[in-house]
Each structure stands twice: as structure tokens, then as C-alpha cells.
Design a protein around this ligand. Structure first.
Ligand SMILES: C[S@@+](CC[C@H](N)C(=O)[O-])C[C@H]1O[C@@H](n2cnc3c(N)ncnc32)[C@H](O)[C@@H]1O
Length: 276
């Protein structure tokens, strides 16, 4: 297996709480190429991508900002769909470089390196749609988690929408075992996972055909915590949206274990029209 960010075994010791965003950045910098490949594996192709694009729905002239845009997988898709402004932010320099490298002459995407867990400055716009695609699960503390959502609020126009996606906070550790056959495995700390916000766990993604074996360190927050912080900052109509199987539907039986209590989930929320 490649690229475990932390090779020490769980459970977490008090000193490990002091890990910085910079350490996480190093991990992502190393896996950028591999991660791009990972978008081709079956559960991403048949479930993740079409589910998320279905939630985003039709775009025409909307301004969109993709937070934790990575190498721009979803940012490019949204660029194809709207005539409005499209921005992509990620704190990893290598991902931003790779996103820019993939721009065509006609593509107008403003990619910027920014840590979305700290106050974001220098973007003098608000957006109709904010897409934190796999962002919130990277917040190392509750404070960083809340700051990420405050950034989403500040970047969202009144009447605007947030469409997010990430690891589901609703799945207990033992239920995650069933995803092993799809190439996803989880290392959780039984003392904290599903019990305590900012609880660290590791997702390993493997695919032999794609020669892929990567591990990501993520942080669990309760579903209630998500809902409370979105509400506290002023968002309305927060709702969880389950993933769906859009392709390979003739193999429902094979996908059953992946779809039942899926470890991925999406969410949507709105900024009221009368907010700033
Ligand atoms: C799993 S990748 C998802 C990339 C992209 N959204 C996609 O779906 O292809 C998670 C991304 O979050 C970025 N990230 C993690 N923490 C971040 C932070 N605090 N600010 C900005 N980006 C962050 C990483 O650099 C990485 O690109």
C-alpha cells in the first residue's frame, strides 16, 4: 500500500491532535496522480460522479465555486455547464498546478490555492453555487470545520445553494466492512469513531485494474454537527441526499452492499435571499 500519511497505529494519542493542515497537504501532493486515476474506478464512475452531477442539476448562467477542487474533476464539468464565472480552490499546490495544466485555451476557470479551513480572502465575488466536494471531512478540528462552513457562507450569494459531498457521517465502523469488496476499506478508532467529532480515520482505496492503492486520512463529524453548524451560520433547508446507482444498473445485486448504508453521501443547503 502506498502513502499512509500516518504509519503509527490508531488509537489517537493526545499529541496527534496537533497535526497541521500542512502535513495533510504533503499527503495530497504525493497522491495527486493516483487520485486522478481513482476517478475511473467503478464506484466512482457508476455512483459518485453521476449522483453528484444529478444533485447539481442543470446550470445555465450560474457563478460556481468548487472548494477542495483537487485537479479540477468537478470544476471542469461545471465549466461545461454554465456561462457564469467558475472558480476552483484547493490548498494543495500540486493539485492546483495539475488543474491549471489541464485547462484548454477556451476554458475560463480561475483556480487558486487557498486553505478553506482558514478565512478566505481575495475573492471579490459571491457565487450561485458552492460545491465543497470532499472538503469538510478534512477539517482537523471543530474550529476548522466551522470555518470551512463560514467560508461557504461568505462565498455564497443570497439565495444561493451549496451542494456538497463527502464520507457519510451516518455509517458505523462495522458497517463499513462490507465495502471491502468494492476496493474501499476503513481503519477507524473504535473509541472515537462515530462518537466524537474530529475523530480521525483512514480510507484506503484500491483498484488492481487502475494500479491504484491510496489512503486518505479523514475526520468524522456527526450528522447532527453538520446540521447544527450549517444552521448556526444561517443556512436553511439543509438536507442529506443519498447516492444512487446510475450506470451498471443491471448489476443491482452486486452493488447492493455498496448502496445500502453507503459510506458516501451528499448534502444540500440554501442561503436565504435576505442574507448578506
Ligand atoms: C478527496 S480530494 C477531492 C478532490 C475533488 N473535489 C474531487 O472530487 O475530485 C480532497 C481534496 O481536498 C483538498 N483539501 C483538503 N483540505 C483542504 C483545505 N483545508 N483547503 C482546501 N483544500 C483542501 C485536498 O488537497 C484534495 O484536493
Amino acid at each position: 500500500m502506498e502513502l499512509m500519511r500516518f504509519d503509527e497505529s490508531l488509537p489517537e494519542s493526545p499529541s496527534r491532535k496537533r497535526e497541521t493542515q500542512e502535513q495533510i497537504d504533503d499527503t495530497y501532493a504525493q497522491i495527486v496522480e493516483k487520485y486522478k486515476k481513482s476517478k475511473l474506478i467503478p464506484w466512482r464512475k457508476f455512483v459518485e460522479t453521476p449522483s453528484f452531477m444529478n444533485l447539481v442539476g442543470q446550470l445555465t448562467n450560474e457563478d460556481v465555486i468548487d472548494l477542495a477542487c483537487g485537479e479540477g474533476f468537478y470544476t471542469r464539468k461545471m465549466r461545461e455547464m454554465t456561462q457564469g464565472k467558475v472558480f476552483g480552490l484547493d490548498y494543495c499546490e500540486n493539485f492546483i498546478k495539475m488543474a491549471k495544466w489541464q485547462l484548454n485555451d477556451s476554458d475560463d476557470i480561475d483556480y487558486r490555492q487557498a486553505d478553506c479551513s482558514l478565512p478566505i480572502s481575495g475573492i471579490p465575488y459571491q457565487f450561485d453555487l458552492v460545491t465543497p466536494t470532499f472538503l469538510l471531512q478534512n477539517a482537523v478540528t471543530e474550529e476548522r470545520f466551522e470555518q470551512m462552513i463560514r467560508n461557504i457562507w461568505n462565498l455564497c450569494k443570497p439565495g444561493g445553494r451549496v451542494c456538497g459531498m463527502g464520507s457519510s457521517p451516518k455509517v458505523p465502523a462495522d458497517a463499513l466492512l462490507k465495502e471491502h469488496k468494492y476496493g474501499r476499506s476503513f481503519t477507524t478508532d473504535p473509541d472515537t469513531y462515530f462518537k466524537r467529532n474530529s475523530s480521525k480515520y483512514i480510507v484506503r482505496i484500491e483498484d488492481k485494474d487502475a494500479d491504484l492503492d491510496i489512503s486518505l486520512v479523514l475526520y468524522w463529524y456527526s450528522a447532527e454537527h453538520y446540521e447544527n453548524i450549517f444552521k448556526k451560520l444561517g443556512f436553511i433547508n439543509f438536507r442529506w441526499v443519498e447516492m444512487e446507482l446510475f450506470e451498471d444498473t443491471e448489476n443491482q445485486e452486486y452493488w447492493k452492499d455498496f448502496m445500502d448504508g453507503c459510506s458516501l453521501i451528499m448534502y444540500e443547503a440554501f442561503k436565504p435571499m435576505n442574507a448578506n
